[in-house]
Design a protein around this ligand. Structure first.
Ligand code: GLU
Length: 486
């Protein structure tokens, strides 16, 4: 049985765009299962549709998986004994198997045109029958074949589905049965000689000695066709890979996760500043649980604890708030230099800093005051920009606020209080401003510090005010206060 052999699992995306939450959750579970069992993870690119799967998407998929901290034992850029690992480089293999199936009578040439198929499907629908191939070309005579050939028709290669049923035990959903009357004969090769997914995936899983297929539930219905291909390849049932179909990931509106109900591409999460460890932590617990209700898990713990038995068979609900909470936790847990290294790319790509030593040193001093306050790394940009501009620009609302006469009074009083300040540090700034504005003008803290905050940082949302002023320095603070006085 498969369990006595080395466990070989695979992640086999068709990158027709950026990998999304569902793909990554599958990849993570494939990885965790391989690592937990001491087996191997194969990374295979299913790119037979080269119009939709581009080199750029493939490169991005690899980059994303690496960024998340995943690794694999065999794959396009690491090689391995059963390569190549790009299906577009294995076309001869699929052609050869399809010919073997033809020769053995497991498959046949089908000359039906698209229009004919469509017309017959329509008739099936009208007669309330399940639409699907009706087996017309299963038993063509040589005269019929010659006639079609004379008409210039090019055949597809179709797999013969015998009567009966396919039964297998899915490791997540238990016994699954497909009656073949609902699984019509299916196409293996198009008329132009290109293979279909069902052929390529099944042939590769066999040739790459995959023992466990963990993948999304959307592929459950293709399983009986794949099993049919294994049979035609002469694989003994005991050697078929085992299947585990992972539950769908639903959006908060209970519909299957899609672009409509949430940002699904992992590239987007990366740009927003979700940390890879937060994404992995969150996705690990999306449909799987270690048996307790923890919300934090490390990659090491995932590897140690992951079992297929603990994957839930019901759909998982994607919850952005939970992911954000985990991301905030992970950000707070970062060591300062690690936090700095992760923050710098955001500041550089937003054009806030160029990255010289002086700027980096200032960012390093500023980060501790925002670490508690951000949930996405991207927020370092609006939070820290005020430190790197010559003067702040007010938006309409802030400009109006600063121009109010109460604000002007506050800013003028602040200037007077700060001009004579001995040491420019946040404690002394705070003491001086409290004395001038709260005791002196009798204001509530919100009314007192709001206008100062806008004058200094340009926004009513900023890091803590007194620390921000210390970081900005005496001269620049006084200049900003002065220029806010009209
Ligand atoms: N290439 C398929 C997809 O991205 C997955 C194949 C499989 O896991 O069996 O949908």
């Amino acid at each position: 049985m498969a369990n006595q052999k080395e466990i070989r699992t695979r992640f086999a995306p068709s990158p027709t765009g950026d990998l999304h939450v569902g793909n990554i959750r599958t990849a993570l579970f494939d990885w965790a299962y391989a690592r937990h069992t001491g087996g191997k993870l194969i990374f295979r690119i299913e790119d037979t549709d080269r119009e939709r799967v581009t080199d750029e998407y493939i490169a991005r998929a690899i980059d994303t998986l690496r960024w998340l901290g995943l690794n694999w034992d065999e794959g396009p850029e690491v090689g391995g004994p059963y390569g190549p690992y790009l299906q577009s480089q294995r076309l001869d293999i699929y052609t050869e198997w399809a010919s073997t199936f033809l020769k053995n009578g497991d498959a046949y040439n089908c000359y039906c045109s698209t229009e004919e198929l469509e017309a017959r499907r329509e008739a099936q629908r009208e007669a309330n029958q399940a639409p699907g191939y009706d087996g017309k070309c299963r038993t063509l005579t040589s005269e019929e074949i010659s006639k079609y050939q004379a008409e210039g028709r090019k055949p597809v290669i179709r797999m013969r589905m015998p009567d009966g049923e396919t039964r297998f035990t899915d490791l997540i959903r238990g016994e699954v049965v497909f009656e073949h009357k609902y699984v019509p004969d299916f196409v293996l090769m198009r008329a132009d000689g290109s293979p279909l997914y069902t052929l390529a995936v099944a042939v590769d899983d066999v040739l790459m000695k995959v023992t466990h297929v963990l993948r999304g539930e959307d592929l459950l219905s293709s399983t009986p066709r794949q099993i049919r291909v294994y049979q035609a390849m002469g694989v003994a049932p005991a050697d078929f890979p085992e299947f585990a179909h992972l539950p769908f990931v639903m959006g908060t509106d209970n519909a299957k996760l899609s672009k409509r109900n949430g940002e699904v591409s992992i590239a987007w999460y990366r740009e927003e500043g979700f940390l890879p460890e937060a994404i992995c932590n969150y996705l690990a617990l999306l449909g799987w649980s270690p048996g307790d209700d923890r919300e934090n898990i490390t990659m090491d713990e995932l590897v140690q604890l992951f079992t297929i038995e603990r994957v839930n068979s019901s759909p998982a609900r994607f919850d952005m708030k939970k992911l954000e909470a985990i991301n905030g936790d992970k950000i707070r847990a970062l060591e300062l230099d690690d936090f700095l290294n992760r923050a710098l790319p955001f500041l550089k790509s937003a054009g806030v800093i160029k990255g010289d030593d002086e700027e980096v040193a200032l960012v390093r001093r500023a980060l501790p005051i925002i670490q508690e306050r951000i949930v996405r790394m991207k927020e370092v940009v609006p939070m820290l920009s005020f430190l790197f501009v010559d003067s702040v620009k007010f938006d309409e609302e802030s400009g109006a606020k600063v121009a109010e006469s109460d604000s002007q009074r506050v800013i003028t009083a602040s200037l007077t209080a700060l001009e004579g300040l001995g040491n420019w540090n946040h404690q002394e700034i705070e003491v001086a401003l409290r004395a001038a504005l709260i005791d002196g003008l009798g204001l509530k803290p919100r009314n007192a510090f709001g206008p100062v905050r806008i004058a200094i940082t340009g926004s009513h949302i900023s890091p803590p005010l007194f620390e921000s002023m210390e970081l900005l320095g005496r001269e620049r603070c006084l200049t900003r206060l002065k220029s806010a006085v009209s």
